[in-house]
Design a protein around this ligand. Structure first.
Ligand code: G3P
Ligand code: MG
Length: 234
């Protein structure tokens, strides 16, 4: 399957509701987005540790409250047509996925100094409060600790481990996490690595592939899902 990276990052400002709408319009069924906590403990959808690249604000996202973040323009940096687009909350993104019949790969972003346990707890609270169907969700992270917390707090939701390691030694370290999938940087993936992962029974996802000419090579490696900035190319 084709999965829209950060919504559909080549078609709309990343990690916005406009991006989710673009992804749905392109005909795909899955999107990947990133989540982290505001200063007042609300999970929002945002990739970077700091606000400069994707908004007209500055400083660390985690130092701002939700009401401060909602003042920011998260669309103009991408294109004037998206002026006024806001940083969404996780709850708003989940609701948009329900409205647009999208499945969500939610990446739990663990930046410097971020405390894993409160973040996963808040995500869990949001998921439980809006009753999002488990089968429409995949929780993923570069952080084994975050994935472990997901297993504890949200045991019935599928989990994925994201990696850009060059060896597959980590496969021994993730066995206790009972994962559904492994998500590999496509630049690192070799046939041997892919075989080690799929032989263990994991679904194999790659990120971020924007060149459809390479798709067949990855299909040969039994890659299941391709995370891309531009679903329209595929
Ligand atoms: O989830 C895969 C991919 O999104 C990981 O990298 O930096 O784009 O969040 P990044
Ligand atoms: Mg991501």
């Amino acid at each position: 399957m084709i999965v829209g990276h950060r919504g559909a990052a080549a078609l709309a400002p990343e990690n916005t509701l406009a991006g989710l709408n673009k992804a749905a319009d392109s005909g795909i069924h899955w999107i990947e987005i990133d989540t982290q906590l505001t200063a007042d403990g609300i999970p929002v959808i945002f990739h970077d540790e700091t606000l400069e690249r994707c908004t007209n604000g500055s400083g660390k996202l985690a130092s701002h409250t939700l009401s401060e973040l909602k003042q920011l323009d998260a669309g103009s940096w991408f294109d004037g047509a998206f002026a006024g687009e806001k940083i969404p909350t996780l709850e708003e993104a989940l609701q948009t996925c329900l409205d647009k019949d999208l499945f969500m790969n939610l990446e739990i972003k663990i930046h410097h100094d971020v405390q894993v346990v409160p973040l996963v707890k808040k995500i869990s609270d949001v998921l439980k409060s809006i009753d999002f169907p488990n089968e429409r969700l995949l929780l993923s992270s570069f952080s084994k600790h975050a994935v472990e917390q997901c297993k504890t707090l949200l045991p019935d939701i599928r989990r994925g481990y994201i990696t850009e390691e060059k060896s597959t030694e980590y496969l021994n370290e993730i066995e206790h996490l009972s994962l559904f999938s492994v998500h590999v940087n496509q630049e690192m993936l070799t046939s041997d690595m892919a075989k080690s992962i799929t032989d263990k029974g994991y679904t194999l996802n790659i990120w971020t592939l924007n060149d459809p000419d390479k798709l067949n090579d990855f299909i040969q490696m039994k890659v299941d899902n391709v995370i891309t900035d531009n679903p329209e190319l595929f």
